[in-house]
Design a protein around this ligand. Structure first.
Ligand SMILES: Nc1ncnc2c1ncn2[C@@H]1O[C@H](COP(=O)(O)OP(=O)(O)O)[C@@H](O)[C@H]1O
Ligand SMILES: [Mg+2]
Length: 294
């Protein structure tokens, strides 16, 4: 648990699973009373609605969106285009406010961007004039970390994403898959606890995508991250997620939620090779099919 999460938990009186509550009476008789308080979910959407104004037309992007994500859970969201998936992540990142309902992180309402949350998008958004290491250290520079510490953290992540030897290369010298690895290393450098991934692999060719899935799952589980992934790819959802939320057509709400046991092994490849894979794939496809136009 990071220092700021621990501090937030302590503020709410939820340090781990069990806290000692000393009542005035207990204090007098020197008998602390142990009380069990529930730990709030890492992420909670409660009845979230978002309305955008498009000209003079209100667009209800999401309606009554409710779900939770537990600590270190890997949750995917699938659903038709325009059902409000990206909107939901932007609200969670604190980049916009819901029109109605509440979004909580560790039991605290989100009203601005937070250091513990990081976003990774389909477009890698690397700075072309910076080298690989220059891109990875960007957030650490903003945080004011000393050069030696920045370099050490960045090199560690560059190795983790399999790019050692390329630290002095420029983005234009790298393939799409390598650029996404740099983007992943940059996202992880500032050590966020919750990662929001908006179709980060969908622009990659199929083989690169499979390799990246493998690395993403390995690295995120090693780093104990909580993850919310938007994907169009049902096979990806089955092979990387602990849980899949299926979104209805706009206005988006969660029409089904399915536990995905195959990703437990932290290897998407093993999940795809599991005989049960087809069962979970079909389950999600049937949910989606009813919303897809013929
Ligand atoms: N900033 C915005 N202003 C107006 N309309 C928006 C804005 N962002 C999203 N929308 C609308 O909200 C709906 C959901 O969009 P989005 O969250 O991007 O869907 P998804 O990611 O599921 O494809 C769409 O109809 C889109 O046009
Ligand atoms: Mg989107």
């Amino acid at each position: 648990m990071s220092a700021d999460r621990r501090a937030a938990a302590l503020r709410q009186g939820v340090a781990g699973r069990e806290v000692m509550v000393t009542t005035p009476l207990a204090h007098r008789v020197s008998l602390p009373v142990a009380a069990k308080l529930p730990t709030p979910p890492r992420v909670e959407f409660a009845g979230v609605q978002k309305i955008f104004q498009q000209g003079d037309r209100p667009i209800v992007a999401v309606e009554d969106l409710s779900f939770t994500v537990q600590n270190e859970e890997f949750v995917s969201i699938i659903g038709p285009s325009g059902c409000g998936k990206s909107t939901a992540l932007k609200l969670l990142a604190g980049l916009d406010r819901p029109s109605r309902g509440r979004i909580l992180i560790d039991g605290v309402e989100v009203d601005r961007p937070q250091a513990k949350v990081a976003f990774m998008l389909q477009k890698d958004l690397l700075l072309p004039w910076r080298t690989v290491i220059g891109n990875v250290t960007l957030g650490l520079e903003v945080q004011g970390q000393p050069p030696a510490a920045r370099r050490e953290r960045a090199m560690d992540l560059i190795r983790k994403v399999g790019l050692d030897g390329f630290e002095e290369s420029y983005p234009r010298q790298l393939s799409g898959g390598m650029r996404q690895r740099v983007a992943l290393a940059r996202t992880l450098a500032v050590d966020p606890e919750i990662l929001l991934l908006d179709e980060p692999l969908s622009a990659l060719d199929y083989q690169t995508k499979l390799r990246m899935e493998e690395e993403l799952v390995r690295i995120l589980s090693e780093e104990h991250k909580t993850v919310l992934l938007i994907t169009h790819d049902i096979a990806e959802a089955v092979s990387v997620s602990d849980k899949v939320l299926v979104c209805s057509t706009r206005p988006g709400r969660i029409k089904a939620e399915h536990a995905m046991p195959l990703a437990k092994a932290h290897s998407p490849e093993a999940a795809r090779n599991n005989p049960e894979f087809v069962h979970y794939f079909d389950l999600l496809w049937k949910e989606l099919k009813s919303d897809v136009a013929d």
